[in-house]
Each structure stands twice: as structure tokens, then as C-alpha cells.
Design a protein around this ligand. Structure first.
Ligand SMILES: Cc1cc2nc3c(=O)[nH]c(=O)nc-3n(C[C@H](O)[C@H](O)[C@H](O)COP(=O)(O)OP(=O)(O)OC[C@H]3O[C@@H](n4cnc5c(N)ncnc54)[C@H](O)[C@@H]3O)c2cc1C
Length: 467
């Protein structure tokens, strides 16, 4: 499932479903869920464990926020539908609006891809800025309240009733109960929902995992205001390391290094330099050589495995409780899918509320729809990870065959902008992966010619020199 295969947001289709919905976790998935729930419930309360009055955007609950976060086209378009004017607000707050086809250089399968034929606007900002703009908009919405410093400890049911009737939480060390008609878990990778279900007498969902042993290390560099380069070098077997240089607000770059399967960057300047030397593009090592960091601290994040909770396979679950975002599935971050999956899930929640709002089985119906969305994103990410023989875990069917085809496509995209466009639309979740097998794409991939062997044509990006 992708952006193109979904009906657009339509406020008028949603009936009033209930009095109060509670969302646990006020990060990207929680905020977007709250936005669509506000159409169906009189009141929506976001309960967030972190204080919400932070100034620089750093908070304990989202340690990944210090690393590059790409907002894919599907996420950006969906957020704009839910919150009209969001992109302009992001740019007014300092984000950069780039044309992904001409200003964003992607290095994959041994070379840079050729620019595609159509302009693709993409927004670059730090993750804290994206979250802050989203939070400002969602909390300004009628009926939405955000409470910080609330650690939810479990959902609660009423005596003699299986349905979830609210949550219990700790606020300043005191227990407090909040009643709700619907509870949404948006607590991310550290979700405790499987355990909560067991406490309520239900089986936890089956879990799928793909082990990648990835470490990110990120620093910030000063940037000339008119230097708008964005460069992404993806790991490509047998090379387990990659890097991203993304422009952000305050005339800075975020420079993230990522290494899989034990090939980890050390989070100090010498470690980053040594790591950069092993990349196929000299830009990253040159930048570290030429200028001091914009701030002394280097952030590190260890991501051991992709994880997917199969709530769609549960035979029974309590009414009034569902999960979204990373609490359902978290993907290898190098593919930049998480925020966009969260946005598309919000759209699917909207459609589920529009069609079945006050009927029983909201969670079951939502998971049945969103499973297709998560499946496509999962197969793309997990499939890509299985190009490495070291990757262990649940391998999607057909992965090896698809990887051979995609590898050929990516090599041909070094000189064929149409193929870059076709792949970019899948990677950005606008189109389904099956679109790569349509005849007009397949013949470009399979016809003999350039890209059958390693090319040198793609060793420089078409749009700008990067090293
Ligand atoms: C290193 C890294 C890089 C990434 N890069 C990208 C990228 O380029 N593009 C992209 O789209 N995605 C990326 N992602 C994924 C992205 O960060 C997430 O998909 C996105 O933040 C949505 O997650 P979420 O809202 O479900 O959960 P999270 O962002 O993890 O937020 C969970 C929230 O729940 C709160 N919480 C937790 N427990 C409780 C509790 N008991 N009570 C109350 N509150 C609670 C936390 O404080 C937090 O605010 C990356 C992830 C990582 C790890």
C-alpha cells in the first residue's frame, strides 16, 4: 500500500465516534494519530512521559532525534493534507525546500543516480524542528490537549468488561487514572503493549525481526547559507557503511555515518574521520578535514534489529486499544520510512473511523488495512538488508530474486533518470513496490546495455560536485 493507492483525507466523512480518546506518546506517530482522532472524538489527550516545555528540542524519549531524519514524499504530502500549510511553516521555521531530483544526490549500487525528469520537492530540517512544528499545529487543533510528564503504566478496563476504559499513569510519582473510549499506543520501539495485553489476559502478537546491528554517529557542521547540498550514500553489499549529509536550519549540516554488522563508527572526530575514509565518496572525509564541528558532541544510536509486531495476526484483542508508528514496526532507519509510515497510518486510521467509527472492532479493522502498508515498507527495508549475508532473521519471500532485479535497476539508474524516478517513487512510498515490475520500467531494467557491468558514469552526481 502506498500514497497513490489511498483515498485522500476528507474531514466530512468522519462521524462523531466518542467523547474522549487518549494517545500515549507525543512524538510523530502520536501527534498525527491525535490529529485524525480529533475529527471523531470530542476531546483528544496526548500523554507524554517527557516534559513538553523543552527549548532545544532534545528529549530523552526520542534519542534518535539527533540523527538525520528524511521526510519522504508520502509523509510530507499526507501531513500537508492533515495540516494544510505545514510545509510553509516548516520552511518559515528554517527548513530547506529542495528539489530531490536535482539537488539531492543519491549514491547506491556503486554510483550516483542520474536526475529524474520531474521536480520532486523535499523538505530538510532537523527532526526536533519537524516535531516542534507538528506539535504546534496539532495542539492548536480544537479539542486536542498535550500533557507532559505523564508516564503511562498500563491501560485499564472496567470491572466485568473486556473493553479498555482508560489508562493509569504516574505524574510526579503519583498514580492517576484517565478515562477514555479509545487508547492509542504511540510509545515507539520501547512499547510495552505486548506485556500490557498479557496482563489483560490476551496473547501478545507474534514478532518478526531482522538483525542488522547498525550504529549511527552524527555531528553538526557549519554550512554556508547558499550551500544546499544533500547527499546520501547508502550501504551496499559488501560495503556495510554509508553516510548522509543533510542541510538543516541555522545554517548547519547534519552529518550522519551509519555502519551495519559490526562496522560501527566511533563517536569522536578521529573515529568519524577514519570511518569516512572507507566511504566511496571523498566528500565526507574532506568536510571533516576542512572545518571544525558546529558543536562538540557527537550522538550515537545503536539499532540492533528491525522489529514488527504482527497485531494483524492476533485472534483476539480488547476493544478500544490500538497501536501506531514504531510501536507496531520499526524499520532500518537508512531507508527513512518511519515518519512516513506513521503519517500513512494516521490516514488509514482516518479512513477506518470514517467507515466503521462507532462499530466494534476498530483495532482489528485498522490493523487489517495498515498491515498492507507496513508490509510494503517492511519488504523494502528488510529485503534491502538481506543483500548482506550477515543479516539474520525473517526474510520476506522472494527477496533474493527481487534484490537481483533491484540491483540491476539501481545500476541502470546511474545513467537512466527514468529509472531513478521509478525507484524514487517507491522508496518515498508514493508508489507500491510492484510498480517496479510494470512493463515500461521492466524493459528499461532488463534490456541489455549500460548498467550490466559496474559503471563509472555514476561516480559523480549530475547536479553538483560533492568531492
Ligand atoms: C537513528 C534513527 C534514525 C531515523 N531516521 C529516520 C528518517 O530518516 N526518516 C524517518 O521517517 N524516520 C526515521 N526514523 C524513525 C523515526 O524516528 C520514527 O519512525 C518516528 O519518530 C515515529 O516514531 P513514533 O512516534 O512511533 O515513536 P517515537 O518517536 O519513538 O516516540 C515515542 C514517544 O512515546 C513516549 N513514551 C514512551 N513511553 C511512554 C509512556 N509509558 N508514557 C508516555 N509516553 C511515553 C516517548 O517519550 C516518545 O515521545 C529513524 C529512527 C532512528 C532510530
Amino acid at each position: 500500500m502506498s500514497l497513490r493507492s489511498l483515498a485522500r483525507y476528507d474531514r466530512d466523512r468522519v462521524p462523531r465516534v466518542g467523547e474522549h480518546a487518549v494517545v500515549i506518546g507525543a512524538s510523530i506517530a502520536g501527534l498525527l494519530a491525535a490529529r485524525v482522532l480529533a475529527d471523531a472524538f470530542e476531546r483528544v489527550t496526548l500523554l507524554e512521559r517527557d516534559p513538553v516545555d523543552e527549548t532545544d528540542g532534545r528529549r530523552r524519549g526520542v534519542p534518535q532525534a539527533r540523527h538525520v531524519h528524511a521526510l519522504l514524499v508520502a509523509g510530507q504530502v499526507t501531513i500537508e493534507d492533515l495540516l494544510p500549510g505545514f510545509a510553509d511553516e516548516l520552511v518559515a521555521a528554517g527548513a530547506l525546500n529542495l528539489d530531490a531530483m536535482s539537488e539531492f544526490s543519491l549514491h547506491v549500487a556503486g554510483g550516483f543516480v542520474a536526475p529524474g525528469p520531474i521536480r520532486v520537492p523535499m523538505y530538510f530540517a532537523s527532526r526536533p524542528l519537524i516535531e516542534r512544528c507538528l506539535r504546534d499545529r496539532v495542539t492548536a487543533h480544537d479539542g486536542v490537549t498535550l500533557r507532559g510528564g505523564c508516564q503511562v503504566v498500563q491501560p485499564v478496563t472496567r470491572d466485568g468488561d473486556d473493553a479498555v476504559a482508560g489508562v493509569e499513569m504516574l505524574v510526579d510519582g503519583r498514580r492517576e487514572q484517565v478515562d477514555a473510549d479509545l487508547v492509542v499506543d504511540a510509545t515507539g520501539r520501547s512499547t510495552r503493549l505486548p506485556t500490557w495485553l498479557e496482563h489483560l489476559g490476551y496473547a501478545p502478537p507474534p514478532v518478526e525481526q531482522v538483525e542488522v546491528d547498525l550504529v549511527y554517529a552524527t555531528c553538526q557542521l557549519p554550512r554556508d547559507a547558499d550551500d544546499r547540498r544533500a547527499v546520501l550514500v547508502l550501504p551496499h553489499a559488501p560495503r556495510t557503511r554509508g553516510a548522509a549529509l543533510f542541510p538543516m536550519e541555522h545554517d548547519r549540516w547534519l552529518l550522519t555515518f551509519g555502519g551495519m554488522h559490526g562496522d560501527h563508527p566511533t563517536p569522536d572526530v578521529d573515529g568519524l574521520r577514519a570511518f569516512a575514509e572507507g566511504l566511496p565518496v571523498p566528500l565526507f572525509a574532506d568536510l571533516l578535514e576542512d572545518q571544525p564541528l558546529a558543536s562538540p558532541d557527537i550522538a550515537r544510536y545503536h539499532f540492533p534489529a528491525l522489529r514488527r509486531h504482527r497485531y494483524d495476526k492476533l485472534k483476539a484483542s480488547p476493544e478500544g486499544l490500538l497501536a501506531v508508528g514504531d510501536a507496531v514496526a520499526s524499520f532500518n532507519p537508512v531507508y527513512g520510512q518511519g515518519m512516513s509510515v506513521a503519517a500513512l497510518e494516521a490516514l488509514l486510521l482516518h479512513h477506518t473511523l470514517a467507515e466503521h467509527g462507532s462499530e466494534d472492532g476498530l483495532a482489528r479493522r485498522f490493523y487489517a488495512r495498515s498491515a498492507w502498508l507496513v508490509e510494503d515498507a517492511w519488504n523494502l527495508a528488510a529485503g534491502g538488508d538481506f543483500q548482506f549475508p550477515q543479516t539474520q532473521g525473517d526474510k520476506p519471500p522472494g527477496t533474493d530474486l527481487i534484490n537481483r532485479y533491484v540491483h540491476r535497476l539501481q545500476r541502470k539508474a546511474h545513467t537512466d533518470g527514468q529509472l531513478n524516478d521509478a525507484f524514487g517513487r517507491v522508496a518515498s512510498m508514493e508508489h507500491r513496490p510492484t510498480s517496479l515490475f510494470r512493463p515500461r520500467v521492466a524493459w528499461r531494467v532488463l534490456r541489455p546495455g549500460r548498467g550490466d557491468r559496474a559503471t563509472t558514469a555514476g561516480d559523480r552526481p549530475a547536479a553538483h560536485r560533492v568531492g
